[in-house]
Design a protein around this ligand. Structure first.
Ligand code: HEM
Length: 490
């Protein structure tokens, strides 16, 4: 009898909960699409693609409510709301709602964190790493990596069957060298000890997806199990950074890499926010966490841009030809010694890179967590504290209203005379507002240098590229298995 009563109570509670969930958004006049996460897990597609399906299905709506695990989430479609969430209402949406285990030394100290005071101080201290002047001084490192990469491609017989991995080797090596410098013992920057580490941490594997789901949608269980996002590499990476900083403390010469910045920060003593008095010790561990995150945030994303750019160029030989002309002219004029300024002047290359990130934004969805209840400006929809806002970047980039004929690869959209036509907050490859990607400039220079050197020495065999879907990942748009074929140029 007791069993029957308990079962009845259990079923009733379940029914009431499901009913509450299924009407959560409807009560605010917002349409609701259930099972988004379920569709992601079972469809073998990227979550940003699922968001796009929902976005297109409710084409007349400006909002679609859903649940991500136990968390209520609102997919926003109007750029006025995107602007409010990412920029003007930053105070209400400064968090991403992505949780890390406080015992996870590498993850819980990175710029991606939720803790506002810690993020603000770290962001303020790290921003000077990415100024144009710093990048200019650092350019000799990127140039050396781009040159080594071309040799690497030349000597690698089966590169065509492994296109993404080859590009990944370049971006990892280039970030490693920009962090730790190049010393006289370095024979070839492509032999990076960090390749395995970055690949394992950024790969959208089932295990990584599961860990990420749990950390986000049930942080209590994640922390109770003491799971760590990057725990496997904690000891290796932190001791590597400690050794580099120790040996560099006795060096006089500046190398203009991230290690130089770390030493400068340590010389200045404890980092302090004068507005709040909040302090962080510039310890080796804190700085190692930042360096680690540059790998996590920068290697896969930059390799993805280069990968899709080369796939589209192989499919659009007229665009490839025009790009070859621009690159050849620049190399001829500078006697094969391209400078930072020369790369910045490659206008058509810049347009190709921008269009690649429009059609295939490496981060296909961005999220924010509401930290203080507010109302969204476009439809006056109330949003409560702790609710998640999804900015469906991939869907916005493929929305006909903002980018006519959105499936066409057309770099002209980014020609200087057309830039004013791009609707603000409809193009978000690096996000926007205070939490925009800190590595934007670095990434663009790294990607453009790699492509410029590659296309000086190689061209691409013509082939079609019309992907139907992308790899299953929480945020990324990528297609690891797609390959192109390099042909050496005379
Ligand atoms: C093409 C390459 C890259 C793309 C497409 C990209 C894209 C993004 C996006 C979309 C965000 C989230 C922005 C937001 O929430 O508004 C982000 C954040 C971030 N990215 Fe990048 N990124 C790239 C390369 C890099 C590189 C090379 C680095 C470092 C060397 C880097 C470091 C970061 C960091 C630290 C954050 C967190 C910023 C914060 O919360 O304050 N990224 N990136």
């Amino acid at each position: 009898m007791l069993f029957i009563v308990l079962s009845f109570i259990f079923l009733l509670a379940g029914f009431i909960y499901l009913k509450y969930k299924s009407e959560y958004w409807k009560k605010r006049g917002v349409v609701q699409s259930n099972f988004v996460l379920f569709k992601f897990i079972w469809s073998n597609r990227a979550l940003p693609e699922i968001y796009k399906n929902v976005y297109d299905e409710y084409h007349k709506e400006s909002y679609v409510g859903t649940f991500l695990g136990l968390k209520p989430a609102l997919i926003i479609k109007n750029v006025q709301d995107v602007q409010a969430v990412m920029q003007s209402n930053f105070e209400n949406f400064h968090s991403r709602g992505i949780n890390f285990n406080p015992n996870d030394l590498l993850a819980d100290n990175v710029l991606f964190i939720d803790d506002y005071r810690r993020w603000k101080l770290l962001r303020h201290k790290l921003s000077p790493v990415f100024t144009s002047m710093k990048l200019k001084n650092m350019f000799y490192i990127m140039e050396r990596c781009a040159r080594d990469f071309v040799e690497f491609v030349n000597n690698e017989p089966d590169i065509s069957g492994n296109s993404f991995n080859a590009l990944y080797t370049y971006t990892t090596a280039s970030i490693a060298a920009s962090i730790f410098g190049i010393d006289t013992h370095t024979q070839n920057t492509m032999d990076s000890p960090f390749l395995k580490m970055t690949r394992e941490t950024t790969e959208p594997s089932f295990a990584n997806n599961l860990k990420f789901s749990l950390s986000n949608f049930s942080p209590t269980i994640f922390n109770l199990l003491n799971l760590k996002s990057f725990g496997k590499y904690e000891d290796f990476f932190i001791s590597f950074v400690k050794n580099v900083l120790k040996s560099r403390r006795n060096e006089e010469q500046k190398r203009h890499d991230f290690a130089d910045t770390c030493l400068e920060l340590q010389k200045q003593g404890t980092m302090r926010d004068p507005a709040t008095g909040y302090e962080i010790d510039a310890s080796d561990e804190i700085l190692a966490a930042q360096a680690f995150f540059f790998f996590v945030a920068g290697t896969d994303t930059s390799a993805t841009v280069m990968h899709f750019a080369l796939l589209e160029l192989a499919a659009n030989q007229d665009i490839l030809k025009r790009l070859h002309n621009e690159i050849d002219k620049a190399f001829d004029q500078c006697n094969e010694k391209l400078t930072y300024e020369d790369v910045e002047k490659l206008e058509y290359l810049d347009m190709v890179v921008s269009e690649t990130m429009r059609k295939y934004p490496p981060i296909g969805a961005i999220q924010r967590r509401c930290t203080k209840s507010t109302v969204l400006p476009y439809g006056q929809v109330p949003v409560n504290s702790r609710e998640i806002i999804v900015i469906p970047v991939y869907a916005l980039h493929r929305d006909e209203r903002y980018f006519p004929n959105p499936n066409l690869f057309d770099p002209e959209r980014f020609a200087p005379e057309n830039l004013s036509k791009i609707v603000k907050f409809s193009y978000l490859p690096f996000g926007e507002g205070n939490r925009m990607c800190i590595g934007t400039r670095f990434a663009r220079v790294q990607v453009k240098s790699g492509l410029a050197w590659l296309l000086r020495r190689f061209t691409l065999k013509e082939q079609k590229y019309e992907p139907n879907s992308f790899d299953p990942s929480f945020f990324s748009i990528k297609q690891f298995q797609a390959n192109f074929e390099f042909i050496p140029r005379n």
